[in-house]
Design a protein around this ligand. Structure first.
Ligand SMILES: [Fe+2]
Length: 249
């Protein structure tokens, strides 16, 4: 079981909600689960201002779970700073991409961020890496994780401002065509639970640990709303992932 904590935004506050209290609430909720997860995935926007102090605080707090932790960058993150605080492959400002075996499954992480921008991309080099990585162990049921959901949201304007470029979503779909072992794609970024399919695989955008948003078809941008924080659990059962969303606080 993977517990996915997305968008903690440590260092941020909104309307009296602090990111640290939200992350503490999420951790308490995970600790109260009857089934203990095996690993933690933090799917981006770990730190709101990408300072060393914020990353250190996230690392410390997520460490309270006493589980292996895998992280990936979001648009607010700084790759080099993340590398200083978490054990990650690659160096400096290069995209953070890796895969790990977790029992009978594989977690593959791709980096959809563009430094300094809200929107996301998956360029040819990152997709070539993914293609190679997926070809390497086709027999492992795979969960693919990234920050920007590779699907259209309900808000075309938000997609334009903050989404993964449509051409890159299509290019990712082309890579997935040849790799049926990718059974679930998980993301964050939208601060709203969303699901849609990409090349026949379910994509789940997890809710945020920090504040949620509303997206609307005609709205110029997403708006923060007062709703509980949330996180997702992904359990490998009978060779498929079953995903649950829990809310807390
Ligand atoms: Fe975020």
């Amino acid at each position: 079981v993977i517990v996915q904590l997305s968008d903690p935004h440590i260092g941020a506050s909104w309307g009296g909600i602090t990111s640290e209290s939200r992350l503490a609430g999420a951790i308490a909720s995970v600790r109260g689960l009857r089934d203990r997860p095996d690993v933690v995935l933090v799917s981006g926007d770990l730190a709101h201002n990408a300072t060393d102090a914020e990353y250190e605080r996230v690392r410390e707090m997520v460490g309270w779970l006493g589980l292996p932790v895998h992280v990936l960058p979001g648009n607010r993150d700084d790759r080099a700073a993340m590398r200083r605080h978490f054990e990650l492959p690659g160096r400096g400002p290069d995209p953070i991409q890796y895969s790990v075996e977790i029992g009978p499954m594989r977690l593959v992480v791709v980096d959809t961020t563009v430094p300094g921008e809200r929107w996301g991309e998956l360029d040819a080099a990152r997709l070539a890496w993914l293609e190679q990585e997926l070809a390497y162990q086709p027999e492992y049921v795979t969960l693919l994780a990234m920050h920007h959901p590779p699907i259209a949201s309900t808000s075309p304007t938000w997609d334009e401002l903050a989404g993964l470029r449509p051409n890159d979503r299509r290019a990712l779909a082309d890579v997935l065509r040849g790799h049926p072992q990718v059974r679930r794609i998980v993301a964050g970024h939208a601060h709203r639970t969303m699901t849609a399919e990409l090349m026949g695989r379910t994509v789940l955008a997890a809710p945020a640990i920090f504040v949620q948003t509303h997206l609307a078809y005609a709205a110029p941008d997403a708006e923060f709303v007062e709703e509980p924080g949330g996180y997702a659990l992904h359990a490998l059962i009978e060779g498929e992932f079953t995903s649950e969303v829990h809310s807390f606080g």
